[in-house]
Design a binder for this molecule. Sequence first.
Ligand SMILES: NC(=O)c1ccc[n+]([C@@H]2O[C@H](COP(=O)([O-])OP(=O)(O)OC[C@H]3O[C@@H](n4cnc5c(N)ncnc54)[C@H](O)[C@@H]3O)[C@@H](O)[C@H]2O)c1
Ligand SMILES: [Zn+2]
Length: 352
Amino acid sequence: MESQRIIFTSDPGRALAELIGGIAFDTLFVLCDTHTREMSFPHIVESLPPSARVIVIDAGDTHKTLQTLASVWAELSQHGATRKSLMLNLGGGMVTDLGGFAAACFKRGIRFINIPTSLLGAVDAAVGGKTGVNFNGLKNEIGAFCPADAVVVSTRFLHTLPHEELLSGYAEMLKHALIDNAETYRSLLDFDLSAPDWDRLLVLLKESVQVKQRIVAEDPFEKGIRKALNLGHTVGHAFESLSHRQERPVPHGYAVAWGTVCELLLSHHYLKFPSETITQLAAYIYRHYGAFPFTCKDYETLYELMTHDKKNEAGHINFTLLKAIGAPVIDQHVDKEQVFVAFDLYRDLFKL
Ligand SMILES: NC(=O)c1ccc[n+]([C@@H]2O[C@H](COP(=O)([O-])OP(=O)(O)OC[C@H]3O[C@@H](n4cnc5c(N)ncnc54)[C@H](O)[C@@H]3O)[C@@H](O)[C@H]2O)c1
Ligand SMILES: [Zn+2]
């Protein structure tokens, strides 16, 4: 698959003006949520034609629904969108997922550009072509593979992002570095996220997005190596689901950070991943993300939740593990007993 066009810039307004100047379209639509309408839209408004129409949806993943999707289609229809219209999705992963899917289906597909405004959106959701909405209580149950025509990535938007959201996206950057190379991984551990140097973060973000881009270009439909991007997510999703069940929800990236530690413990057992690296990462995660508390009474439930993962095949839980930093091994089957041992070790490392 051809690589998606991704522009990294400290001046998103200018990059966008150049980009849309090169596209023939009739009407321009901008999809925002209530937060990005207020905090991110001002950064691009001057680059838009006066006729641009803004569509605002409610913020938050609970609104990533068919109902919101239908409201976006209704607005596009009412305001005369045609197959030649262009849509800009300005927001976090919720907006780019829902907006991408809205554009992919409207009149069998209109062009769209993603402008991620959250770190998680920039490093993960806005690139790679997965779009969709939640349905029937299930995350991303309805959707399509449909890459944006272009993605404009800038740290300019991140200044207004709550710190917790910044950390959440940073966990995906750590994941990309772990599956790709030790040097980037070390630069990430050294970066000061509490007082970010935004230009430096843009450089790190570019390296991180390129990891995802390379992997997606090789395997766009997740038949093989794209599964490497699931590192931390098998256990991470179980933590995330448990946190929702117990009504103490944690951000996705936090769950991924804790899940990564557990999966590296499994990697140590099965593939001899170095234990010093795990201890170092666990200390970093503990310092920045705290701990996800659970007891041995939760082990069965967590395991049960893992068996529901979309990525499983033929009754096996499918893990991506690492032999070393930069050496992922996909489709690993793991014994239940070892998962419980990893939970014990995790609880030791996180002082639980
Ligand atoms: N398509 C993919 O490959 C992919 C990958 C990972 C995650 N996702 C999806 O992405 C979503 C999570 O992404 P997210 O964390 O960006 O969620 P989000 O879009 O809900 O954003 C999180 C919060 O931050 C706010 N926000 C966004 N940008 C802001 C800014 N610049 N300033 C202030 N507030 C801002 C949002 O309004 C929201 O309240 C989930 O729906 C997940 O399923 C998709
Ligand atoms: Zn993730």
